[in-house]
Design a protein around this ligand. Structure first.
Ligand code: SF4
Length: 381
């Protein structure tokens, strides 16, 4: 059955001012001419997607991610937003999020973006220690994070996120606590933190491969994670997902959609989509992306056929990353499966291991289970 419920839109901007040493995202060095050509390709893809069945579905959230979307000018970003509004039915109270690097915004650009309808901004702060930022190859300084935060508030942003990373090379547990304290002191509405992961192809990965980088042991990561949860909890942030904490009403609606089996459309090179029960991903290379959209071809590189049971497994795996867990009834109706019977064995194992709690109509992770969300996911995938 075709779904008619609301969807999210993800817009991938593949440029960064500089590539951080831990990152292996689909990014390109930013150049004015390259960016202008890319924006016109993006318009072309939006126009092509406007002819698909998803066009009839209301868009409830839009998320500009990357890369660093704010390597584009505020005018370019608002032009893309306008193209989305003209193509899809963007609901009036939609959440429109923008990832930003603190070094790539100023008072004027933030004011323009806020006036143009961006209502949530997420700064990739990473750390509040300049030495750590330098060692990670980050393009910004601590002073720039503080300034960007102040400018965002002055521009009228009432929903601001800071992203942090723990386990950076040489980072002590105490230094991590100081980073959290510095972040909380800026009073963001939302905080996310992630353990450093060494992505294949990143500079850190090459350094580790040559023995130049030695990472902390897993126990230190576990301690840092628990310290993060405790500090943010006592500062009034409610955890709602493994890595995400928010003040009341400030949970990221777009990301919640990924974990609660909502569908979304991805636009831009390397963007993923999940529409009509089908997962697909766009071609990553900027050149190939340009070639395909110029030929009026949707730039999809990979498309999976709908496999109902797989979708249900994913809904469980992602849903059990959230503190609220998954509601059994709605999933059973959507996928027409007796869920508890179908997954009796893995659910039983997870409950016995103390990772998942089964309540009437709800499966949710325990406090310990949140730390082992990847292991829970593997029980279903
Ligand atoms: S971490 Fe963010 S800013 Fe750094 S290279 Fe990756 S996408 Fe760009």
């Amino acid at each position: 059955m075709m779904r008619e419920d609301g969807i999210g839109l993800y817009i991938h901007i593949p440029f960064c001012a500089r590539v951080c040493h831990f990152c292996a995202f689909v990014t390109q060095g930013h150049r004015e001419d390259r960016a202008a050509a890319f924006v016109s390709d993006l318009f072309e893809e939006i126009r092509l997607l406007g002819h698909t069945s998803a066009q009839a579905r209301p868009v409830e959230t839009i998320y500009f991610g990357g890369g660093t979307p704010t390597t584009l000018s505020a005018e370019q970003l608002l032009g893309i937003l306008d193209g989305c509004r003209k193509t899809w039915k963007v609901v009036p109270d939609s959440e429109i999020s923008l990832e930003a690097n603190p070094a790539t915004v100023d008072s004027d650009s933030l004011a323009t973006l806020r006036l143009g309808g961006i209502n949530r901004i997420s700064f990739g702060a990473q750390s509040f220690d300049d030495a750590e930022l330098r060692a990670a190859g980050s393009p910004h300084t601590v002073a720039q994070i503080r300034l960007a935060m102040e400018q965002a508030r002055d521009a009228g942003f009432s929903n601001v996120n800071l992203d942090l990373i723990y386990g950076l090379p040489g980072q002590s547990v105490r230094r991590w606590s100081l980073n959290l304290e510095a972040a909380v002191n800026l009073a963001p509405d939302h905080l996310s933190f992630y353990g450093l992961s060494i992505e294949e192809g990143s500079k850190f990965w090459r350094d580790a491969d040559r023995g130049r980088l030695v990472l902390d042991v897993e126990e230190t990561f576990a301690d840092m994670y628990e310290i993060g949860r405790a500090m943010l909890g006592s500062a009034g942030y409610r955890q709602y997902e493994v890595s995400n904490f928010a003040r009341s009403g400030a949970a990221c609606r777009h990301n919640v959609g990924y974990w609660t089996d909502q569908e979304w459309l991805g636009v831009g090179p390397g963007a993923h989509s999940y529409i009509g029960g089908v997962r697909s991903s766009n071609i990553e290379s900027l050149e190939a992306y340009h070639r395909l959209v110029s030929q009026q071809t949707v730039p999809v590189a990979d498309r999976e056929p709908p496999i109902p049971n797989l979708r249900l497994r994913e809904a469980l795996a992602f849903g059990l990353r959230t503190v609220a867990g998954v509601r059994i009834g709605p999933l059973e109706r959507r996928y027409m499966v007796a869920l508890l019977e179908e997954f009796r064995a893995p659910i039983g194992r997870l409950v016995r291991a103390g990772l998942v709690i089964q309540e009437p109509d709800i499966l949710r992770p325990t406090s310990v289970g949140l730390r082992f969300a990847d292991e829970i996911a593997m029980a279903f995938l």
